[in-house]
Write a protein that binds this ligand. Structure first.
Ligand code: HDE
Length: 700
């Protein structure tokens, strides 16, 4: 190495090198010259990375060992504080593509030119659990999008649910404390099913609409790819003349909506706690890039003044039937981060990141968030220079006079670090192109006020419940029952039933009866009498909006030695044509030998591949194989769970003894496979995703 030249420290190549360790643990290079030398962070070459410096073979270690001290020092500081909420998340890169010019409504640069692509990064998350918690918690999912526009970063920091628990940001710490693990015992982790949460909720009537959503299947999505995203708040679009149009943002998944059932979620958390991250990783690695359409609901002041609810109230929606969301572009995720920590963990989303042409409304939750997100980045990333990290830096040119501070990576040059200056150096404001706020005129007393127009807490909760299919209503009742069954304090359960009475009496009665509440409480005294006349909104149901496609879904195929190899191949090609995936589940690692002598490679061993990991299953076994599997609990569970979770099941005739043993009572969701036509029928049904009519017979 020439003197002064920095030794190569590309960590990725270090992973790949073949290192040989001698008996004594010494490190050798396999070949000379072409492998980079291990160095300290200061660049000094290291001779021995296996033994600390010490006196004598069995003597004390020496503080003088700077390499050891630096290595351990850095390791000790590897963790940064996890996010106080949304700690568990997973991100991907992609782009946003504009469909048409929205110049009529906004001067935001990214909405001007049809077909233009703007780089984006997305982080999905759960809210309550810590970084190492499981993916299928019953929870809201964060859907945070950073779009690196030519006029600065736009962060649309949304959720997969269009409303929120509270109406004012000042309540957020209480709400989050209540849902997180209880502070004396430090459990339960990533679960809302405990006294503190339901205590807070039962004392907070404004949360009732949100409660309907998180008790629905929206809170247990099948995958990030199959969920919607919402900006939640009302924002403003401003055109070139600063004329304002109100806007609500939606992300609509191209593959449609899909959720799992609760019993399945609980089992997935054990079988694969990383179920959602793995799903996104697999899809992107396979080139099956997830996609969402950005849609906007646009409305003016006149609509806002006359609408039944306050558009500044984040516990309310504007039904899609009232204002149809208009597609304005698409988001495609096509690349995983190179390094999880550098990108997904360090990405800093901030609601206050809006480009010129997009502005805030006075939603008190949004206003509070605009303070919180900057503050939290300093805490987590430890320096005001967090925008110097590549994932957070704008991708457009930027110039300002901010300087110094911890870990400053981009340092200004030249004399002028202020303005105005006489040196004719440095950037200047631009009143035409720069960000201008909407000229909102406010007057009124300085006071801690909640508007009267925020007072109706039950009408839209009722509308949500009544817009669901019977299956989905059932799931809401079961979720409420489950959650409240974990609440030990009777009065909290009763208080919740008293709220439910204001939403839907049948729902309240069902939950009360399952909780063993004999004497019904009186309904909570509502600030505003709940309305019963809001029309059903089909857009609120997942099942009513099924994709009628099996694309992007996965079938688990249980095989044994001697199975019909031809049938397995036909199923594989039919699934491939559908854009769906297949995984082979075998009794042992290494796969099986089919009846035609061919080898079928196994993706999972039956113990590691329960049916909860798949959208549908096929059982292609030999008679002997079925006989053996009958005696194995994991194989019986594979079938029984798929049946109980209303999945479509295809099987060969020989599999019948296993199905019987697993308690399957054949119905229209169970198919006997003999030939290609049977495979087609099976796949045709799979497009409706689940055989819900079975649910009444197998009540979870
Ligand atoms: Fe957040 N929220 N939030 N939030 N939020 C954070 O910022 C906060 C709210 C949302 O993947 C924090 O960087 C307040 C609504 C997402 O990195 C913090 C209030 C919605 C993410 C914070 C809310 C969200 C966060 C924690 C009430 C949906 C994850 C770590 C006024 C529209 C972003 C961080 C990511 C993260 C504050 C309410 C979405 C503490 C004060 C409503 C998706 O700043």
């Amino acid at each position: 190495m020439a003197s002064g030249e920095t030794p190569k420290r590309d960590i990725s190549t270090l992973h790949d090198q073949k290192l040989e360790r001698g008996n004594g643990g010494e490190l050798h290079q396999t070949s000379e010259g072409d492998i980079p030398i291990l160095t300290t962070a200061q660049g000094g070459p290291v001779a021995d990375d296996q033994n600390t410096l010490r006196y004598g073979e069995r003597g004390p270690s020496l503080i003088e060992d700077f390499h050891f001290r630096e290595k351990i020092f850095h390791f000790d500081h590897e963790r940064i504080p996890e996010r106080v909420v949304h700690a568990r998340g997973y991100g991907a890169h992609g782009y946003f593509e504009t469909y048409e010019s929205l110049a009529e409504f906004t001067r935001a640069d990214l909405f001007q030119r049809p077909g233009e692509k703007t780089p984006a990064f997305v982080r999905f998350s759960t809210v309550a659990g810590s970084k190492g918690s499981f993916d299928l918690a019953r929870d809201v999912r964060g859907f945070a999008v950073k779009i690196y526009t030519k006029e600065g970063n736009w962060d649309l920091v949304g959720n997969n649910i269009p409303v929120f628990f509270i109406q004012d940001a000042i309540k957020f710490p209480d709400m989050v404390h209540a849902v997180k693990e209880e502070p004396d015992r430090a459990f339960p982790q990533a679960q809302s099913a405990h006294d503190n949460f339901w205590d807070f909720i039962s004392l907070t009537p404004e949360s009732m609409h949100m409660i309907m959503w998180i008790m629905s299947d929206r809170a247990i999505p099948r995958s990030f790819r199959f969920m919607e995203g919402f900006g939640v708040h009302t924002f403003r679009l401003l055109d070139a003349n600063d004329k304002s149009t109100f806007v609500k943002f939606f992300w609509k998944p191209k593959l449609g909506l899909q959720s799992v059932v609760w019993n399945e979620a609980v089992k997935i958390n054990g079988a694969d706690p990383d179920f959602h991250r793995r799903d996104l990783w697999d899809a992107i690695q396979a080139g099956d890039f997830p996609e969402w359409e950005l849609c906007v609901q646009l409305f003016d002041q006149d609509f806002a003044d006359n609408y039944d609810f306050d558009v500044l109230d984040p516990t309310k929606i504007i039904p899609e039937e009232l204002i149809k969301p208009r597609p304005v572009g698409r988001l495609v995720l096509d690349r995983m981060p190179d390094n999880f920590f550098a990108e997904t963990e360090q990405v800093a989303f901030m609601t206050q990141n809006v480009p010129p042409g997009i502005d805030f409304s006075n939603d008190p939750l949004l206003q509070g968030r605009n303070f919180s997100y900057l503050d939290t980045q300093l805490k987590r990333l430890g320096s005001t220079n967090f925008t110097h990290l590549p994932i957070n830096a704008p991708k457009c040119p930027f110039h300002h006079f901010q300087q110094d501070g911890h870990m400053a990576m981009r340092n200004p040059t030249g004399r002028a670090n202020y303005q105005p200056n006489s040196w004719n150096e440095g950037p200047r404001e631009d009143p035409t192109r720069g960000f201008r706020s909407y000229r909102d005129e406010s007057d009124g007393p300085k006071a801690r006020l909640r508007p009267e127009s925020f007072a109706d807490h039950y009408s839209q909760a009722r509308q949500f419940y009544e817009s669901q299919t019977a299956t989905e209503q059932d799931h809401i009742a079961m979720a409420l029952t489950f959650e409240l069954s974990k609440v030990e304090t009777l009065v909290i359960r009763e208080r919740m039933v008293a709220h439910l009475l204001n939403i839907n009496e049948d729902l309240a009665k069902q939950v009360a009866s399952k909780l063993g509440i004999v004497e019904m409480p009186s309904p909570v005294d509502a600030a505003i009498k709940p309305r019963r006349d809001l029309p059903v909104s089909d857009a609120l149901s997942i099942i009513k909006n099924g994709p009628n496609s099996f694309k992007g879904r996965k079938v688990g195929v249980l095989v044994t030695d001697g199975c019909d190899g031809g049938l397995v191949k036909s199923l594989a090609s039919a699934l491939n044509a559908e854009g769906a995936m297949m995984e082979i589940v075998a009794p042992r690692v290494g796969g099986v030998q089919a009846d035609d002598g061919s080898h079928i490679e196994g993706n999972q061993m039956i113990d590691g591949g329960p049916s909860v990991l798949y959208d549908a299953i096929a059982i292609i076994v030999s008679a002997k194989g079925a006989e053996q599997l009958r005696g194995e609990a994991t194989a019986r569970d594979f079938v029984a769970d798929a049946f109980a979770h209303c999945k479509f099941i295809a099987h060969v005739e020989a599999a019948k003894p296993l199905l019987e043993k697993a308690g399957v009572a054949p119905d229209k969701g169970v198919f006997t496979l003999k030939n290609d036509a049977d495979i087609d029928n099976f796949l045709e049904s799979c497009r409706s995703l689940r055989h819900w009519t079975r649910e009444q017979n197998v009540k979870q």
